[in-house]
Design a binder for this molecule. Structure first.
Ligand code: H79
Length: 418
């Protein structure tokens, strides 16, 4: 290979800078408007469901618009469902006729997506589901061994196509590797994933592979919650904007998260050196719904002011208490305040390191510093009302990498002698 082999840290460098990405769940299920599980949940006969493919002709789909929305939101990469559990490919595949290219749309939608990402300077991710509900062998491999074998072969062949036909791909986001018939079975063995991933790395030496093919690979993927992995391990939390049961378009999706909650999740991910992959479920015509667009735009407005606290963030050992979370870059720490105090002061206990200066990130206004008993750092002179309607960020410069005091005598704080 002409490309030199990168270390794990080097391969994940851009990913840690990025912190925020767009997940897109789009496929035939959008036509039904009841989420991406509709075929299975409503038990559609395979040939009946397949008729949907002729109704899927997204005339208004413009991948450049998706990319523009992602960029405006401050996102640095996208991950698209090239094929979900229903088996319908948004790409042109030689080993399947159940594709956008060969049905109603008559286009390779993945090719359009890749081109748009690249032009917008966004990194490109492919979601691919190993399982395909159309194969009886997925559900009953002992009864239909030939079908199971064909499905595994399809996985190998289609991943090869995706890794060969679209230039440089930055993330391979597997899903659906679990085995329906036997939760105790060896996932990697069933799919022969080691072979596939070896081939992927030969074709795409820079790629980041997630942990859902039965092999840990590069990335942990908490779903619908934000939970940090061990330091040094890459992780990315994926989440829907609306209800958790639907990633694909849900016609009536009544519980859209607030911008504040979405930003809180982003800061929690950044505080744990992880990423936030936030999902959109475009309409069957390819347009991202307004409810999602307005939230993404508002997140972008916040990031344009406060992005310094997020992109490339490191972990910080200071306690956010009930006020919020800390991120860090070198000796500079960022207090992302989720619950703004009304007293003009934010109190941080057990700070070991000397603070040099502090300011409000959004305005540059000075914040006073007092370091007192029990390692309490009192950040004062704050406006009584939050500076930002969502999250106010305080930027604090320390003498060295800020550290917390470990309490050896657990009662010492009562007399102020920590
Ligand atoms: O692609 C998205 C989901 O379709 C997929 N992973 C994310 C990224 C996923 N597969 N399985 N699950 C998530 C968990 C399964 C949830 C289910 Fe249900 C409970 C499937 C059937 C019952 C949620 C509620 C979906 C349909 C009803």
């Amino acid at each position: 290979m002409a490309d030199k082999v990168l270390s794990y840290e080097e391969r994940l460098k851009w990913f840690h800078e990025a912190r925020f990405g767009m997940f897109i769940h789009w496929g035939l299920y959008a036509v039904h408007g009841r989420g991406e599980w509709v075929m299975f949940v409503e038990r559609w006969r395979a040939d009946d469901y397949a008729k949907t493919a002729w109704k899927f002709n997204p005339k208004k789909f413009d991948a450049n618009k998706w990319a523009a929305i992602a960029k405006d939101a401050g996102m640095k990469y996208m991950v698209l469902t090239t094929r979900h559990h229903d088996g319908f490919c948004l790409f042109d595949s030689k080993v399947s006729d159940f594709t956008a290219a060969k049905t109603g749309a008559g286009r390779d939608l993945v090719a359009e997506y890749v081109k748009a990402c690249r032009e917008a300077g966004l990194k490109v991710g492919f979601y691919y589901s190993l399982l395909d509900w159309r194969f009886p062998g997925y559900f009953e491999p002992k009864k239909y061994p030939e079908s199971a074998k064909k499905m595994v072969e399809q996985y190998h062949a289609q991943v090869r196509e995706l890794m060969t036909n679209y230039g440089k791909i930055d993330i391979l986001w597997y899903d659906g590797g679990w085995i329906a018939h036997d939760p105790n079975s060896n996932v990697a063995e069933f799919w022969r994933s080691a072979e596939v991933n070896k081939m992927v790395r030969e074709l795409q030496p820079h790629i980041i592979i997630n942990n859902r093919s039965g092999i840990e690979e590069d990335l942990d993927t908490p779903e619908q919650h934000v939970t940090a992995s061990k330091p040094g391990r890459g992780w990315e939390s994926c989440m829907t904007i609306g209800d958790s049961c639907g990633w694909g378009y849900v016609h009536n999706n009544p519980n859209m998260k607030t911008v504040t909650l979405l930003l809180q999740n982003l800061t929690i991910a950044a505080a744990g050196e992880g990423n936030y992959l936030l999902n959109c479920g475009p309409r069957p015509d390819g347009q991202i719904r307004r409810e999602e667009q307005v939230r993404l735009h508002a997140m972008g407005e916040w990031l344009r002011v406060n992005g310094e606290a997020i992109y490339g963030s490191q972990r910080c050992s200071l306690s956010g208490g009930m006020l919020g979370v800390w991120t860090r870059k070198g000796n500079t720490a960022y207090f992302c305040i989720h619950r703004y105090p009304g007293t003009g002061e934010a109190i941080v206990p057990l700070v070991k390191t000397r603070a040099v200066s502090a300011s409000i990130l959004a305005t540059g206004d000075k914040v006073t510093i007092r370091q007192e008993y029990n390692g309490r750092l009192v950040l004062g002179g704050l406006p009584k009302k939050p500076v930002d309607p969502h999250i106010t960020v305080l930027k604090v410069e320390f003498e060295s990498v800020p550290e917390s005091i470990t309490e050896t005598d657990k009662a010492a704080w009562l007399s102020g002698s920590v």
